[in-house]
Design a protein around this ligand. Sequence first.
Ligand code: DAH
Length: 335
Amino acid sequence: MSSTLSLKQLIKELEILESDAAKEIAASKDSESIEKLRLGFLGKKGKLSILLGEMKNLSSDERPLIGQRANILKTQLQDLIKEKLEFLKTQALNQILIKETIDVTAPPTGAPQGHRHPLITTTEQILDLFLGLGYQVSEGPEIENDYYNFEALNIPPDHPARDMQDTFYLGGEYLLRTHTSPVQIRCLEKKKPPVRIVSPGRVYRRDAVDATHSPVFHQVEVLAIDEGLDFSHLRGTVLAFLKAFFGDLPIRFRASYFPFTEPSAEVDVQWRGKWLEVMGCGMVDPAVLEELELDPERWSGFAAGLGVERFCMVRHGVDDIRKLYTSDLRFLEQF
Ligand code: DAH
């Protein structure tokens, strides 16, 4: 810019600056470009300052005229900037409001939902069937002592049946229960017959892991004690339960031995062309009743124990028990 601007020219330049600035502010789209404009027009090295630098050539009468105009222009531009910033702010807020509006009438988007583990649902299905027959749920501790886990169940020290269940001993008399049968004893200690209970829970054995064995697994224990119960009640209950759970798979009772039942049986279900053992059961041994000070002449009953994993695997066609413990979503999402 030449340094010989006349008053007229300066006024003209101020008018040009004013209309340029107004246009550019109007056209700006965000606060950063407005800040740039502000510095460019009104900053210390901005266009207005440079124009005002031209005042030195004016007479002392003329200078205040330009000074006044420049001040008015400055306030005008500041107001424009302020307005524009406020406009942008409201606009941004409106956009957010539009974008974040929730249409409460929109159909659900099907957000992913979790579900319970197949072992849990299997346990609940088993319990449900017995609850329907009038049984009650009763639970016992996983840390047991020798008395409840073995002795009260007619398994004295050195009894060969202890070899069937390799035990995790915890020191002293304590151990991790190898089956849910101790709940039979704990329940009958607290409650006089008639008793009908189901007891779900974790059990522990020193088994090596393979496709059908795990050192921790789940059982459900069944116990019914009353007057006049005999093997037909056991058989009827077990058949009703297994039919309700598995549908029409063939079922057979096979004579067996358990120290706490006499007679004892194992129950097999035919699955994929083979007989598969699914539970043990029997009439509660009089020795167990006597230990609990229940007269075997008056009271009798039956007990059964089953492995939840096996029920779950047969029901869902799972071929490897380890899949039930690895929390692999690709597996679990199928249920
Ligand atoms: N407690 C046995 C086990 O874990 C299973 C069992 C068999 C439970 C016969 C019973 C029963 O109540 O009557 O191998």
